[in-house]
Design a protein around this ligand. Structure first.
Ligand code: FRU
Length: 495
């Protein structure tokens, strides 16, 4: 009976998608190469996996509206992380434990076991006594049609923990056993709870793997633990940490005690539109992460989710990034090499001196493009190097490398007549001879990578296609560029 209701709710949602899709035909703000849902609302990436030779993205999805609502799990597959085929919705709210009208099937992860694909997600409900979140499982023989486990929920919040803040199970395998980390809240502090299982069905609580003493906020959303080199990374999106949206810790994992001990901390992305990253290993031996390119209304600087709801959609994913560990235990987040396949029309300049007169970046149509630059810091006397992007002479987005103040900022106060706010990060150049910049512009976002992919800003901007001029300007001296290389980028997302 409940299987029938699940299938019925999936069919209803599929009919909604089919009915809405024609409305998006002329949607001018759609991204060209960043992943989006077919229509409606998307937030966190869920259940990312390389399974049976394909990349699978699942995602928090509301097919009924361009705003957050009862969460389904959307599903798409790809050979190259660029071109995506949408599959039927994998999970729809249908059971007493996951059918909260303002909840549904919350975020989680996936794992392959005996050839089958298992999903772990948070069921949300209200039995009349407040919001309840529990961990649930679903599985599939074919990787397309999922059955919810008949003994769900598999884990409930331990005594003393808030039932309404216990979510986002991330599952992995280590030495023949399965482990799961969940975000939880107790005494107004964030806790990461670690569980262990032999069979994916019965789970035993191991320990509080890591906890905030206040410095990491009151709740870890989408916690994720994974090995990299000889270390482990614990990554999460903190609630209650002001402008910080995605934090990583590098450290050591002790599976005997169930404790993670950090030795270094950093930001994955300083921009306003990078949240809830999830990692997964792929067949090329890489550890990839993908995040949701938007933000929540409880963030201090939040204004809204952007104007795309007028086109019946909202939200995209940031570019997939490869995580690399450096010898000093910081992490680099490098856009995947597959993106090179989108490049066209290469333009390259060497040894360019830029003063106050704007230097024009020629790159594709000036909307969907990629640009890489190397600044020679020894020869540069400028106090500030500005990238003025997506300009029409009036509106523009300004990225400023302030070499004097040692600060990097991404200002969208005048980007599009809609967006606002300035994301800022420290720009510690020490005695570096060179400063590297790598830029990806798409229809409705800009992703900036610098300092060898350790200082990154992702922000949405909703500039029209007429905003297609891009410039470099130096203030207070000369900026010497060893090279400036740019490409147009082809469209890979089509609906
Ligand atoms: C993070 C999050 C998760 C939750 C999901 C709900 O963006 O709040 O903690 O599972 O989104 O859609």
């Amino acid at each position: 009976m409940s299987k029938a209701l699940h299938m019925e709710n999936i069919s209803k949602a599929q009919a909604e998608i089919a009915a809405k899709k024609p409305l998006l035909k002329d949607a001018a703000m759609r991204q060209r190469y960043h992943f989006m849902a077919e229509e409606g609302w998307i937030n966190d990436p869920n259940g990312l996996i390389f399974y049976r030779g394909k990349y699978h993205y699942f995602y928090q999805y509301n097919p009924y509206d361009a705003f957050w609502g009862a969460m389904h799990w959307g599903h798409a597959i790809s050979d190259d992380l660029l071109h995506w085929e949408y599959l039927p919705i994998a999970l729809a709210p249908s059971e007493p434990y996951d059918d909260h009208k303002e909840g549904g099937c919350f975020s989680g992860s996936s794992i392959e076991h005996d050839g089958k694909l298992y999903l772990f997600y948070t069921g949300t409900t209200n039995y009349g006594d407040g919001f309840v979140q529990t961990q649930c499982m679903a599985y599939s023989e074919d990787g397309i049609n999922f059955k919810k486990y008949e003994y769900n929920p598999i884990i409930t919040a331990p005594d003393g923990y808030e039932q309404q803040n216990f979510r986002d199970p991330k599952v992995w395998e280590h030495e023949g056993c399965y482990y799961m980390v969940c975000g939880a809240k107790k005494d107004n502090l964030a806790k990461a709870l670690l569980y262990k299982s032999d069979n994916l069905e019965n789970w035993q609580f191991l320990n509080v793997m890591f906890e905030s003493l206040g410095e990491y906020g009151y709740m870890f959303e989408c916690p994720d633990l994974y090995p990299i080199g000889d270390k482990y990374v614990f990554m999460f999106s903190p609630m209650g940490l002001h402008k910080r949206t995605s934090v990583y810790l590098v450290g050591d994992m002790d599976y005997r005690t169930g404790k993670f001990n950090p030795v270094n901390v950093g930001e994955i992305d300083w921009g306003f539109d990078f949240y809830a990253p999830q990692s997964f290993p792929d067949a090329k031996g890489r550890r990839l992460i993908v995040a949701w390119a938007n933000a929540w209304d409880w963030m201090p600087w939040w204004k809204d989710w952007g104007p795309t709801y007028k086109e019946h959609w909202c939200g995209s994913f940031n570019l997939p990034r490869e995580v690399r560990l450096t010898p000093d235990y910081t992490l680099q987040f490098v856009p995947v090499e597959e993106l090179r396949a989108l490049r066209n029309d290469k333009q390259e300049y060497f040894d360019i001196c830029i003063h106050q007169t704007p230097f024009s970046i020629t790159a594709g149509d000036g909307v969907a493009f990629e640009s890489r630059m190397i600044i020679d810091l020894k020869e540069t006397t400028a106090e500030r190097v500005l990238l003025k992007l997506r300009s029409d002479g009036e509106k523009e987005t300004v990225i400023c490398f302030d070499l004097r103040k040692a600060e990097l900022s991404f200002n969208r106060d005048n980007s599009d007549g809609w967006s606002c706010g300035c994301s800022i990060s420290p720009l510690s150049l020490k005695d570096k001879p060179l400063l590297d910049i790598h830029l990806f512009s798409d229809q409705s976002s800009v992703e900036l990578f610098s300092l060898e992919y350790q200082n990154n800003h992702s922000c949405n901007i909703y500039g029209s296609s007429k905003q297609n001029q891009n410039f470099i300007v130096a203030e207070g001296g000369v900026a010497v560029f060893r090279s400036i290389t740019s490409w147009g980028l082809e469209t890979s997302m089509t609906v």
